[in-house]
Design a protein around this ligand. Structure first.
Ligand code: GLU
Length: 305
């Protein structure tokens, strides 16, 4: 099963407002989709209300709007997709690709990641026992081609790396929902930060177990702050200033290795995006965060072209 049309997406978890790092990802996903004449979708991955301030989703959508990044289709909210995730879990349980696990993190650590209760092979658990659902990975030396980073290789270890699909508290987990929705929405290409690179091999197995074609992957370097940490809410990354969208977009393009003329920051949002589309060069994206750091706007001096 192959995808016939390019369909990309930007899929933020609304744990806070958009920051510069998330804008860089959004712009990369948008430009890749536009370069392929494909569709660009926005999906809000609101799976965990305990980590999501209620105002974050609207802040994110407002920011995207202010930066001229409009979803080609109605925005999808994962909080409204629970029946589909449950159906996927039932399917995986039935096919022996998922199992119930009642181990605590502490127990797993004490057993070097192995499940002391033999969760994978145990026939059943009493219904009332609190348990997570985990995906049953196969041992695998996974190889795939990243569209930016080139050939990738990752070893997947059965049992030890089995990702949680549904937490004990009942929340559906990112690893499940992302694959279910990428499949359901016909996403052909995933562009995202390289902090998620380690999950790719596991996700490929989840796609396969769902009978879904895996998308193509492109991992961009994560943006670091001055202390060398990933920009994130945990590290108090400032929210984007939505009153300066053209400047933000120009900075995002620079972080992606593009060479926008300095005066573009004074142009309109649509002019910046039009320039970006016309000049987009995937091959110019830096491969590592370190390289991306070397080209901060302040050290850049490009002539107009
Ligand atoms: N929701 C994830 C995040 O914000 C991204 C999911 C993905 O691109 O696969 O980190």
């Amino acid at each position: 099963m192959e995808h016939t049309r390019y369909r990309g997406r930007f899929a933020p978890s609304p744990t806070g407002p958009l920051h510069f790092g998330s804008l860089v990802t959004a712009v990369a996903t948008w430009l890749e989709a536009r370069a392929a004449d494909g569709d660009w979708l926005v999906r809000i991955e609101d799976l965990d209300p305990l980590r999501e301030p209620p105002e974050a989703t609207n802040q994110i959508l407002h920011s995207l709007d202010a930066h001229g990044l409009h979803s080609d289709e109605p925005i999808r909210f994962q909080s409204r997709r629970h029946p589909a995730y449950q159906e996927a879990i039932d399917h995986l349980l039935k096919n022996g690709k998922a199992y119930r696990c009642s181990c605590s993190r502490k127990q797993l650590q004490a057993h070097g990641g192995r499940h002391p209760a033999q969760c994978r092979t145990r026939a059943s658990l009493p219904d009332e026992a609190s348990h997570a659902i985990r995906f049953a990975l196969s041992d695998d030396n996974s190889h795939w081609q990243d569209l930016l980073l080139g050939p990738q290789h990752q070893t997947v270890r059965a049992e030890l790396d089995d990702p949680v699909l549904q937490r004990k508290e009942g929340f559906y987990a990112y690893q499940l929902a992302v694959a279910v929705d990428d499949f359901d929405q016909g996403i052909s290409h995933v562009v995202r930060g390289s902090d998620l690179l380690d999950m790719t091999a596991q996700q490929q197995q989840i796609f396969q177990a769902l009978g879904a074609p895996a998308p193509q992957w492109l991992h961009i370097p994560v943006i670091l702050n001055d202390q060398g940490q990933k920009l994130s809410k945990q590290n108090h990354a400032p929210a984007l200033d939505d009153t300066k969208p053209a400047t933000n977009l120009v900075h995002a393009l620079v972080a992606l290795g593009q060479q926008p003329p300095a005066k573009l920051a004074q142009a309109s949002v649509s002019d910046v995006l039009a320039w970006a589309r016309a000049h987009w060069q995937r091959a110019a994206i830096p491969l590592t965060s370190r390289q991306a750091r070397g080209i901060t706007p302040s050290t850049q001096s490009h002539s107009d072209h």
